[in-house]
Design a protein around this ligand. Structure first.
Ligand SMILES: [Zn+2]
Length: 369
């Protein structure tokens, strides 16, 4: 994630802190000073936040280590002011495994809450009369409360919370995954509406959360349907092999004329058939402003994407569109086509309309290997 600071590794997984997290710490400090709190109170608030985020890291680590049991690596764990994010390579699709990976996070907080409760019991905390004032000003009860809130919040059965995935996994035991996702998303949206209405009267923060939950439900259902539609299809099925490209030494004005007259937004730059890189619209305008229209095309190359192998599953390449909308496909060192979000969309459309999209024949794969 952009704007994240690498702070080390935990169990071999990169640990990052998003810079907005420091704004949160800063905000806590400022509001403590503004409220005229004694320094001890502000320090305790800092300590509580740091402990809270330690709990969040352990929660994410729970997901990551459970996923590792099933051979799924985790790219990194990032700490944001709104919580943590463990970027698993993918979610397991078997319902039992998905349930356990999703449940492992909240389970860590249940365990932490248990340990803190035990500690409080051993030190005789519960022997005194428990007042709300005591709970509010006691460091450890605050941490206990924090863990309980993390558990309750995360098991709300709506995407993107862990509870949404747990619900989907349970539904997937009795129906197919796409259907299970749709039902889970419907339940999530119903909860989002309730949350929003509740928020209107009691808490504005809940309104924002409900919008986010509503949006996530739709996004999850959409991504699951797309994955199902693209299952079994490879890059070769999605590639466009009628496209325009320029030679490395052609002038930038020629590139812009080509883009204008063909409507193709990303232009590959080649030299003797082999790909040097891709010029995106923004790269082109920046290069013309900087170097003038007579500069050679290669000077405007903005991305040098890794070429796709024609036999990669289409599902695996979708995240790459965030960097460049035209992903080049390379076979035997030659550029043979481009995969774009539009070409993938077209493939999905054909499949959805029951057009016979058979995976293209794969004989060539054997002689290539
Ligand atoms: Zn979680």
């Amino acid at each position: 994630m952009k704007w994240s600071l690498n702070i080390g590794k935990i169990a071999g997984i990169d640990l990052k802190i998003h810079f907005t997290f420091f704004i949160l710490l800063f905000g806590v400090g400022i509001s403590g000073v503004a409220a005229g709190d004694p320094p001890q109170t502000t320090l305790m608030n800092f300590a509580i936040i740091l402990a809270l985020f330690l709990f969040v890291i352990l929660h994410e680590l729970g997901h990551a280590l459970m996923a590792r049991r099933y051979g799924i690596p985790t790219k990194d764990i990032t700490l944001l002011p709104i919580g943590g994010l463990a970027r698993l390579d993918h979610m397991p699709e078997e319902p039992g495994k998905e349930f356990l990976v999703a449940a492992a996070g909240p389970l860590v907080n249940v365990l932490l809450a248990g340990v803190i409760t035990l500690g409080l019991a051993v030190t005789g905390f519960f022997a005194q009369p428990i007042t709300s004032d005591l709970i509010a000003n006691h460091f450890w009860t605050q941490l206990l409360l924090a863990n309980l809130i993390l558990v309750v919040f995360n098991i709300i059965p709506a995407f993107p919370m862990d509870g949404g995935r747990m619900l989907r996994a349970m539904l997937a035991l009795v129906m197919d995954r796409v259907q299970a996702t749709k039902v889970a998303a419907g339940i999530g949206r119903t909860l989002a509406v309730l949350m929003g209405v509740f928020g209107l009267f009691f808490n504005t923060w809940l309104i924002l959360t409900s919008l986010f939950v509503w949006w996530s439900a739709g996004a999850e259902a959409e991504s699951e349907t797309r994955k199902a539609n693209l299952k079994g299809l490879t890059v070769r099925d999605a590639l466009v092999n009628l496209f325009y490209k320029v030679e490395a030494n052609q002038p930038l004005t020629a590139v812009s004329q080509l883009a204008m007259s063909t409507g193709q937004r990303e232009i590959p730059v080649t030299s003797n058939g082999s790909l040097l890189g891709i010029i995106r619209p923004a790269d082109l305008t920046a290069a013309i402003q900087r170097l003038g229209g007579r500069a050679p095309a290669y000077a405007a190359i903005g991305v040098e994407p890794q070429g796709l192998d024609p036999w990669m599953p289409v599902n695996d390449i979708l995240p790459r569109f965030s960097e460049c909308n035209a992903q080049p496909v390379i076979e035997n060192g030659q550029l043979i086509g481009l995969v774009t979000p539009q070409s993938v969309q077209q493939l999905i459309w054909l499949r959805e309309h029951h057009w016979p999209v058979d995976p293209r024949p794969s004989e060539e794969k054997t002689d290539q290997a």
